[in-house]
Design a protein around this ligand. Structure first.
Ligand code: AR6
Length: 194
């Protein structure tokens, strides 16, 4: 599943600031596939506070990168929820892995929205600080951590849009969707938010 089955193309609005809006949309892609196969500068890992690996996308990234990744993340001393840490990509096509710990969904009253927004903001910031021009995200917190998918995709798209408005370094932000349900949610959020 390493091919791009779906790519959102830019819809240029006929409003003031047309060029800026159009350009920002063109910098966002939505694809269905496996993030470990993405040929981008940095991929994001939906990790946990320990940064010692786990299941889901975290497990897939560690398997594909090889054991050196765990050796490096072991030295990091964990990562608070909403923050991000960077490692090398080892055997992955991506040069860097940006590890972030998303919030565990607890009904919406434990600051989950802001913590998830922080994950996106901090990963994007860290990518730029490392000179990455392309970055791929999985759908952080929407698997084992049970964050409602539609709500999460709107946060992902909203934070990315806000970041790109003020950044001219990142050329492409790719949302990698594992399965059709996730793909549809990102397509809907793209139309609604960007
Ligand atoms: N490529 C892209 N997306 C994937 C892949 C893949 N190879 N594999 C799974 N997904 P999850 P979380 C999707 O559970 O909710 C781990 O054990 C998956 O379908 O991986 O943030 C960590 O160690 C879903 O849409 O992450 C933590 O303990 C999305 O990735 C905990 O799970 C996120 O699902 C983190 O939970």
């Amino acid at each position: 599943m390493d091919c791009c089955c779906f790519v959102v193309t830019a819809q240029v609005d006929s409003a003031v600031g047309e060029k800026e809006v159009g350009d920002m949309k063109k910098r966002v892609s939505i694809v269905e596939g496996d993030i470990t196969k993405q040929k981008v500068d940095a991929i994001v890992n939906a990790a946990n506070n320990s940064l010692l690996g786990g299941g889901g996308v975290d497990g897939a990234i560690h398997r594909a990168a090889g054991s050196e990744l765990l050796e490096e993340t072991r030295q990091m001393g964990g990562c608070p929820t909403g923050e991000a840490r960077v490692s090398k990509g080892y055997r992955l096509p991506a040069r860097w892995v940006i590890h972030t710990a998303g919030p565990i969904w607890a009904g919406g009253h434990k600051n989950e929205d802001n913590l998830l927004a922080g994950c996106y903001r901090n990963c994007l910031k860290m990518a730029v600080e490392h000179g990455a021009k392309t970055i791929a995200f999985p759908s952080i917190s929407t698997g084992a951590y049970r964050f409602p998918l539609e709500r999460a995709t709107e946060i992902a798209m909203g934070e990315t849009g806000k970041f790109l408005e003020n950044d001219n370094i990142l050329k492409k932000v790719v949302f990698v969707c594992f399965g059709e349900r996730v793909l549809k949610a990102y397509q809907d959020a793209f139309e609604k938010i960007l």
